[in-house]
Design a protein around this ligand. Structure first.
Ligand SMILES: NC(=O)c1ccc[n+]([C@@H]2O[C@H](COP(=O)([O-])OP(=O)(O)OC[C@H]3O[C@@H](n4cnc5c(N)ncnc54)[C@H](O)[C@@H]3O)[C@@H](O)[C@H]2O)c1
Length: 355
């Protein structure tokens, strides 16, 4: 019988990639997306173009424009669809935006996640439940690791973190941002449904998730927005840390491939740091150079000597646990091809005015 995957946030970066990926694996896909990205970020964040694309490209794709804050509609949908897999990607995703909309941020990220979990417990408790968490659950604690300053980036100066930040790094007693705190609430609740109810749940604590389908805006979508600025010849603003702050970048399809491995061999209450790891890490200054290489256009930027609140100075995921539990999984997209894909996509979308 055809398996059903329910994907929340299906018109966003990760949700759309996951929807297409699982459709290719033979799943019937039910997408839930209320286009709140346009509410959070205005017209530039509108994902209506993606909804049309999913409806055009995925045979049998079913779209439900349900707001995950709407408990009754969430429960009714899961009761009726009884999905074999739930991939929960809907979120208010911006660190910086959350402080201006704390009620909405918490209701979507924490309460919306509880709605999804409880619906799963009532109607499909055996189905793997994957939650897109974030490295912001570690708050600014990674900034307490001793660092060394290199020419173009900050780097850990403690051998314990040579491979990056592991999953047992403390999420407690640090500054998370309002967004990080609402994601912690969701993350802990997903773990709890795994432990308390023995459900096959996992939290994927993402680094910088990226790819050509991102509707990157200044407040969310680092590489997508940076490359969009380059393609448009628009200035990019760097906030603090000399532009040497390091992020690890992972292509959304590699995220989808990991979720597929988890689906094949689910575990309960697991947590994985899922980013590009050390190999796919770059600083903003290094990203400028790579964007220039990808497009042949100069990067325009200016510097503000004030970092974003709670921003990581250097973060890359330790992928050893992820690879140990799922040896068939690895990063398949190096940074160079990620840059090229995003640059090509923006060039085409800007020409067609699909923003
Ligand atoms: N992109 C990254 O760099 C990154 C990094 C770490 C973690 N994450 C996490 O991954 C997940 C997906 O992120 P993304 O980059 O795809 O974000 P995105 O903004 O591109 O996609 C989220 C989607 O959820 C939808 N949505 C928001 N609120 C909703 C609601 N109340 N009801 C229904 N739909 C709603 C939005 O319209 C949007 O299409 C999020 O949980 C985010 O916190 C992302």
């Amino acid at each position: 019988m055809t398996k059903c995957a329910l994907v929340t946030g299906s018109c966003g970066l990760i949700g759309s990639e996951v929807a297409v990926f699982f459709a290719h694996q033979g799943f019937q896909v039910v997408g839930v997306d209320s286009n709140h990205r346009a509410v959070f970020f205005g017209p530039e964040g509108d994902t209506g173009w993606m909804r049309e694309r999913l409806q055009r490209d995925i045979p049998g794709y079913r779209h439900e424009a349900i707001d995950i804050r709407d408990r009754e509609r969430v429960l009714a949908l899961v009761k009726e669809a009884r999905p074999d897999l739930i991939i929960h990607c809907a979120a208010q995703p911006s660190h910086d935006k959350a402080a201006a909309i704390p009620f909405l941020d918490f209701e979507v990220n924490a309460l919306g996640t509880l709605h999804m979990l409880e619906a799963a417990r009532r109607f499909c408790p055996e189905s793997p439940f994957v939650y897109m968490s974030t490295n912001k659950v570690y708050g600014d604690r990674p900034n307490t690791i001793p660092l060394k300053e290199l020419d173009t980036r900050w780097e850990y100066d403690d051998p314990a973190f040579t491979d990056g930040i592991p999953e047992d790094f403390s999420i407690d007693q640090s500054k998370h941002s309002i967004f990080g705190a609402s994601k912690v609430a969701g993350d802990v609740m997903v773990q709890e449904y795994g432990r308390y109810f023995n459900m096959p749940t996992c939290c994927l604590r993402g680094g910088c998730l990226t790819g050509p389908n991102h509707s990157g805006v200044e407040l969310h979508g680092f590489l997508s927005y940076l490359i969009k600025c380059n393609v448009e010849g628009k200035g990019y603003q760097v906030y603090g840390y000399k532009g040497k702050q390091v992020r690890d970048n992972i292509h959304a399809e590699d995220v989808a491939r990991f979720i597929f491995e988890f689906w094949k061999a689910p575990r309960a209450a697991e947590v994985y740091n899922l980013g590009g790891g050390k190999e796919n890490s770059c600083s903003i200054l290094e990203a400028f150079r790579m964007a220039e290489d990808a497009t042949g256009r100069p990067m325009k930027w200016r510097y503000v000597d004030e970092n974003r609140i709670g921003d990581h100075i250097c973060y890359y995921s330790d992928l050893r646990k992820t690879k140990a539990h799922y040896p068939a999984w690895d990063i398949t997209r190096p940074l160079s091809s990620i840059f090229l894909e995003i640059a090509t996509s923006w060039t085409e979308r800007l020409a067609a005015r699909v923003l």
